[in-house]
Design a protein around this ligand. Structure first.
Ligand SMILES: Nc1nc2c(ncn2[C@@H]2O[C@H](COP(=O)(O)OP(=O)(O)OP(=O)(O)O)[C@@H](O)[C@H]2O)c(=O)[nH]1
Ligand SMILES: [Mg+2]
Length: 258
């Protein structure tokens, strides 16, 4: 019995040490804690409790939309934009292995590569292992860990099909729905789901034919519809401004959940 008490004490000490390292912004510690939380380990949950007492306020932004719409490219641009404002940025890429575009994880890595040497940027793929609900929990937990580690902006990329869109809405303060021109029926389907919950709609690939008619169509339905070209950065300052405006209004309303 004495032995088990000692072990419990040591474990508590380990948890405390790990929590302190996260608070100090140590990347290896925060990666370790996110991994613990992904596997729903009791240690991870204990550490999360220690961190929760010391939260700073990060802007949590969900970037969601159909496979291949340009979400990762857009996220890389947003990372650059927030870094130029000298903010520490965390990226959580959820459900990145889309069956449609295939090998997207590698693609994400390549597009994000320019940021991986930047100490002010943390990029993490979240493993979902197929169970719905676990995704929301692990992503929400990881967001808290990043917040405790001093990240000021947290971008969550997720594919907005099926139930996932509900997940990102639960976690993010601002959701940006990304569509690309020529998605036709998909855009119609999104109107009934994703677009309804996203205060900001982005028509990315604004350089492609059909962008104008997609913009016109969506502007009849939604107040904030922006055109971007993620590959060149066109429209990114306007998107950053729209996100800031949404967060400002949200803060004014004093949303009860954060
Ligand atoms: N022409 C054009 N191509 C773009 C634009 N943005 C992204 N792309 C291209 O579209 C492809 C998909 O981009 P991603 O950023 O991987 O799209 P994604 O939505 O993250 O894809 P998944 O993660 O697989 O859902 C890539 O080949 C990009 O280079 C754009 O504004 N214009
Ligand atoms: Mg992607």
């Amino acid at each position: 019995m004495f032995g088990s008490n000692l072990q419990t004490k040591r474990e508590a000490g380990d948890a405390l040490a790990l929590a302190d390292r996260v608070k100090a912004g140590e990347v290896r510690a925060l990666s370790r804690v996110i991994t613990l939380l992904e596997s729903q380990s009791p240690d991870g949950i204990a550490i999360l409790r220690l961190l929760a007492s010391d939260l700073r306020r990060a802007a949590v932004i969900g970037i969601t939309g159909y496979p291949g719409a340009g979400k990762s490219t857009l996220v890389a641009q947003l990372v650059a934009a927030y870094r130029s404002l000298d903010m520490k940025v965390g990226v959580l890429a959820v459900d990145i292995s889309s069956p449609v575009t295939g090998g997207a994880l590698l693609g994400d890595r390549i597009r994000m590569q320019e940021h991986t040497l930047d100490r002010g940027v943390y990029i993490r793929s979240m493993a979902t292992r197929g169970h719905h609900g676990g995704l929301a929990q692990a992503t929400s937990d990881a967001t808290l860990v990043l917040e405790a580690a001093g990240y000021e902006v947290i971008l969550i990329e997720t594919i907005g099909v099926g139930q996932n869109e509900v997940d990102v809405v639960d976690v993010a303060h601002t959701v940006v729905a990304v569509v690309a021109p020529g998605f036709g029926d998909d855009v119609q389907a999104m109107k009934a789901g994703l677009l309804e919950v996203a205060p900001i709609v982005v028509v990315n690939k604004g350089d492609l034919a059909g962008a104008d008619s997609t913009l016109r169509d969506l502007r009849e339905w939604y107040p904030t519809v922006l055109r971007t070209v993620a590959t060149t950065g066109e429209g990114i300052p306007e998107l950053v401004a729209a996100i800031a405006e949404h967060q400002r209004l949200r803060d004014l309303q004093g949303s009860p959940d954060q």
